[in-house]
Design a protein around this ligand. Structure first.
Ligand code: OOB
Length: 525
């Protein structure tokens, strides 16, 4: 089965508790347009759309997708920069029941090709040129029925041509329990895993997040991180502020020189950053000319935020810090806006829902003593029960009774707040960008000069972690070099953030007692 449904008894409970309300994203936007019609919903570049406009645009584009016979259950890989059209496209897909697959702008042919092939996508929706990269060239190597371009389309279908004014007919509207989209997992496996989220479960996380963050119709959210990521999408993100009737500003870049003037112009009240950006912003705020006084909440998450830095950012930016520890698979934790300072700087918050079940266990799945660190397992009303089309991996990624193994090592305080103390998964968290070691190792092993390799995280003051690849050269041939291997990975179409920061060439890799490569040994070098 491609999607592991919630067991019927749990679904019943989540509905009875009022978490799942039988809404879909398409119907939510319709309702919001009725309630907030003339108020601004989305701003970005030259665009400034009201709720009614966004609603109408989603309808028109939905009709365009329907013309291409893109409909219920079809997958569509969406790779767009931060601009209002991102939301126009995904709401249009929600309306026809097609599933956006949320690619990041940094992804290249290795990732996009994989998403298209693995999901048997009907279309790839992208832009022309972004950050100096021509996405139409990437599209040329894909096997996908339709390529749709927001911008100069080249040989492909202009997004503009799909904005048709005709009603969508003959399309069964999606049901609240249906999968709404596929989100990407940070991953620790050879190929990225995809996360099926339903309308019911995701809307609950959006609503819960909006409440925790105190959003209302006067809230203004700045989307500085890549729009497709779970954090700016729904924690509470743009969807949260649209739920609350406020407006969202799409920032093309997360840098202070782009974002600070937007904060002043739009009166931004809340935004979300990863730790390295939060540090840059705090530094830039000391000599900024823009007025940042509207900013009330700065959310920081996605990676460990050093306590010292956490202490500084609130005062530097004149706002309240909120730490966010979440995952695209579901569970999101927030420090609360009225938490005492030591919890805000020293913990990563507590779950959204009273029905988020948290287990902290040892290597044998036995609960650890209260307050001790252990593996975080979780189950709840918005945490998936299985990855998309990944039956085998699901057997190890989830417990028999449906808890998701997060791969994070945490301890829990008496207040329920979690502190992330480490990670058991084979992943590098490069300033919030997740890199599966295995995925990079597989690409490196394809190079003829590489006999063996092991990719690990090394500590870094700025990013928290960087990537180092240990490489054992093959005997007798030309020796691999860092520039050669970097170019090789780029030419294989791997996203730049996954290309190792450092290479170390070694004769052998250390092994454990059972003969596996000892990553612990490599990390401590
Ligand atoms: C967020 O989601 P993902 O799916 O990109 O990554 C999830 C993983 C977590 O399992 C954990 O390893 C790490 O990222 N992480 C943190 C963290 N927040 C996420 N590690 C330490 N401290 C934190 N505050 O990253 C994400 C999703 C929704 C909201 C916020 C972040």
């Amino acid at each position: 089965m491609s999607f592991v449904p919630y067991p019927a008894d749990f679904a019943e409970r989540y509905r009875a508790a009022g978490y799942w309300r039988g809404e879909t994203f398409g119907s939510l936007l319709r309702e919001r347009a009725a309630a907030f019609g003339d108020r601004v919903a989305l701003v970005g570049g030259a665009d400034r759309w009201t709720y009614s406009e966004l609603d109408e645009r989603a309808d028109r584009l939905a009709a365009g997708f329907a013309r291409l016979s893109i409909g219920p259950g079809d997958r569509v890989v969406v790779q767009l920069p931060n601009r209002p059209a991102f939301y126009e496209v995904i709401f249009a897909l929600f309306r026809v029941g097609a599933l956006p697959v949320f690619a990041l702008p940094a992804h290249r042919s290795a990732e996009i090709g994989y998403f298209c092939a693995f999901t048997e996508a009907s279309a790839y929706v992208t832009t022309d040129v972004h950050d100096g990269f021509d996405h139409r060239e990437l599209a040329a190597v894909l096997k996908v029925p339709y390529v749709i371009v927001d911008g100069d389309p080249g040989p492909y279908i202009p997004l503009e041509s799909l904005r048709v004014s005709e009603p969508v007919t003959g399309v069964r509207p999606p049901r609240p329990g249906d999968v709404a989209f596929l989100q990407l997992s940070g991953g620790s496996t050879g190929t990225p895993k995809l996360i099926p989220r339903t309308h019911d479960d995701y809307l609950y996380s959006v609503r819960g997040s909006a409440e925790i963050c105190g959003l209302d119709a006067d809230s203004v959210y700045l989307c500085a991180l890549p729009a497709a990521h779970n954090f700016p999408l729904s924690s509470p993100g743009v969807l949260g502020v649209l739920y609350a009737g406020g407006h969202a500003v799409m920032a093309p870049r997360p840098t202070p020189d782009t974002c600070f003037p937007l904060i002043e112009r739009e009166g931004v009240t809340i935004t979300a950053l990863v730790p390295p950006l939060a540090i840059i912003w705090a530094e830039a705020a000391t000599h900024a000319t823009a007025d940042l006084s509207s900013l009330r909440v700065l959310q920081v998450g996605g990676a460990t935020f050093a306590e010292e830095a956490a202490r500084r950012v609130g005062p530097a930016l004149g706002c309240t810090l909120q730490q966010v520890f979440g995952m695209a698979e579901g569970l999101v934790n927030y420090t609360r806006l009225d938490d005492p300072a030591d919890l805000v700087v020293g913990t990563q918050g507590r779950p959204i829902s009273p029905d988020d079940e948290i287990l902290i266990v040892d290597d044998d799945d036995r609960p650890v003593a209260p307050g001790d660190p252990g593996h975080l397992l979780t189950r709840g009303p918005y945490t998936i029960r299985g990855y998309y089309r990944a039956e085998e991996h699901n057997r190890t990624a989830f417990t028999g009774d449906g808890f998701y193994r997060t791969g994070d090592i945490v301890r829990r305080l008496a207040t329920g707040h979690l502190v992330v103390v480490g990670r058991a998964k084979d992943q590098i968290n490069r300033g919030g960008e997740k890199i599966s070691a295995k995925e990079v190792e597989n690409h490196l092993l394809a190079h003829p000069t590489v006999l063996d390799t092991s990719v690990v995280a090394v500590p870094d003051d700025y990013l928290g972690e960087r990537t180092r690849a240990y490489v054992v050269p093959r005997d007798g041939g030309p020796a691999p070099t860092a520039p050669v291997l970097r170019r090789f990975l780029r030419e294989r179409g791997l996203a730049a953030y996954k290309i190792p920061d450092q290479f170390a060439f070694v004769d052998t890799l250390p092994t454990t007692a059972v003969g596996k490569i000892s990553k612990g040994d490599l990390r401590s070098r």
